[in-house]
Design a protein around this ligand. Structure first.
Ligand SMILES: *Cc1c(COP(=O)(O)O)cnc(C)c1O
Length: 405
């Protein structure tokens, strides 16, 4: 007998990895109504609290009135509207690149870029904890994939040396995130740049969780470390700290023209709404103002405050490197129970489980934003101490790793 949807679902429901969609009826702020209960959310990637801001809502509303909702066609068919053109000019200028291209999402940017730039006969060398969009892009590309353990520079160097012998004429692409989405730690970009240059590889850096958060005016970690010019393919999303929706790639004019011609997730999809582009453009402009800087300073005050109130037994090694705090629990069922217990105390903090992270490496993923108040952060610290106790439920096995969601 062939398996039914019902039987398959029943098997998932019976295990520790069942997922369901909570109802979120709360507007764009940090206080939301989740499953009918009012809670403070420490779960979004809206790090500057811009998603629901008057600034972005106003920019989107004006673009809606001028351009309507849907774009009607892919850009190669329907042409590029002013908000998209302006946004790409702003992005290129902001990131110090010659050109930029926007996509409907960061996920689409990742699969489009990787597939457009490498294929059969080429090699991809990527960090083990790279986001699922990068993993999917690598798999779809047809290139040979080699993975190095998280931030393991020696192994990266050995793989680069191997790739020179194995693939002397093809393209070799190194892929990493700058801030890792489920671990919150920072990649050693200077060292990675040195290695990829030595071996003639190109480097793609996904700054999804760093843009708007790290670097001068929130330009990202590569800029903070002074290596932005050495990143061949700079990727990011408009959907996180920038508070809008969409993904982008920045680089040379040749790179961007190549993507326009080759990136299938750009070519074969309708242009995102002009309102999204206008909102993202407003966010980028805001980052470069005194008000934007004040907002980012508030975020960093909140990051330091949260790092100080997390119970020491649960404090991640990378606490304070970014707005992401993964609190290790280990067991999937225990992580879900911790998340539930926090919910009952008035906080929404999701449990992150396999396959987003490795089996047995389940965690609570706390994210903080500029919009949280000191009182909310202090109260979360108390709730975490009560739920996680002086000793967390169990310790994860650090040797087990898997790709981010
Ligand atoms: C969220 C995320 C993406 C995808 O971006 P979306 O705009 O949400 O599709 C890509 N890479 C990383 C590292 C992410 O965290």
């Amino acid at each position: 007998m062939r398996r039914t949807f019902a039987a398959e679902l029943a098997a998932i429901r019976a295990g520790p990895l069942y997922r369901r969609l909570p109802a979120n009826d709360g507007g764009g702020g940090v206080e939301v109504e989740f499953d009918g209960r009012r809670v403070v959310r420490f779960a979004a990637n809206d790090y500057l609290g811009l998603a629901g801001s008057e600034l972005l809502v106003g920019a989107a509303a004006a673009a809606l009135a001028a351009h309507g909702v849907g774009s009607g066609a892919a850009r190669l068919i329907g042409g590029t509207r002013a908000p998209h053109r302006r946004l790409e000019e702003q992005l290129a200028e902001f990131k110090g690149a010659a050109a930029a291209l926007t996509f409907a999402s960061g996920y689409a940017a990742a699969i489009g870029a990787v597939g457009a730039l490498v294929g059969r006969g080429d090699v991809i060398i990527m960090d083990k904890l790279c986001h699922a969009s990068l993993v999917d892009g690598a798999r779809l590309s047809g290139a040979t994939i080699r993975v190095f353990p998280h931030q393991h520079l020696d192994k990266l160097a050995r793989l680069l040396a191997w790739s020179e012998r194995q693939c002397p004429t093809g393209r070799v692409m190194v892929i990493t995130e700058s801030v890792f989405s489920m671990d919150g730690d920072r990649a050693p970009l200077r060292e990675i740049v040195g290695l990829k240059d030595r071996h003639g590889a190109v480097l793609l850096v996904d700054e999804a969780h760093a843009v708007g958060v790290i670097g001068p005016h929130g330009r990202g970690l590569a800029d903070e470390l002074g290596v932005a010019g050495a990143v061949d393919v700079a990727m990011g999303t408009l959907s996180k700290a920038l508070g809008a929706a969409g993904g982008y790639l920045c680089g040379s004019g040749e790179l961007i023209e190549l993507l326009v011609n080759r990136a299938r997730s750009f070519i074969y999809t309708t242009a995102p709404p002009a309102a999204c582009a206008a909102a993202a453009g407003a966010a980028i402009a805001h980052l470069q103002t005194a008000a934007g800087e004040a907002c980012r300073r508030r975020l960093w005050e909140n990051i330091r405050h949260l790092a100080a109130v997390i119970p020491s037994s649960a404090r991640p090694a990378a606490a304070g490197e970014s707005a992401i705090f993964p609190l290790p629990v280990g067991d999937e069922t225990a992580a879900t129970a911790c998340s539930r217990a926090l919910f009952e105390r008035g906080f929404y903090v999701p449990a992150i489980r396999y396959p987003t992270v490795a089996r047995g490496a389940a965690r609570l993923r706390v994210t903080v934003s500029a919009a949280h108040s000191p009182a909310q952060i202090a109260a979360l610290g108390e709730a975490l101490a009560a739920v996680l106790g002086p000793h967390p439920a169990s310790h994860p096995d650090p040797s087990r790793q898997s790709s981010g969601e």
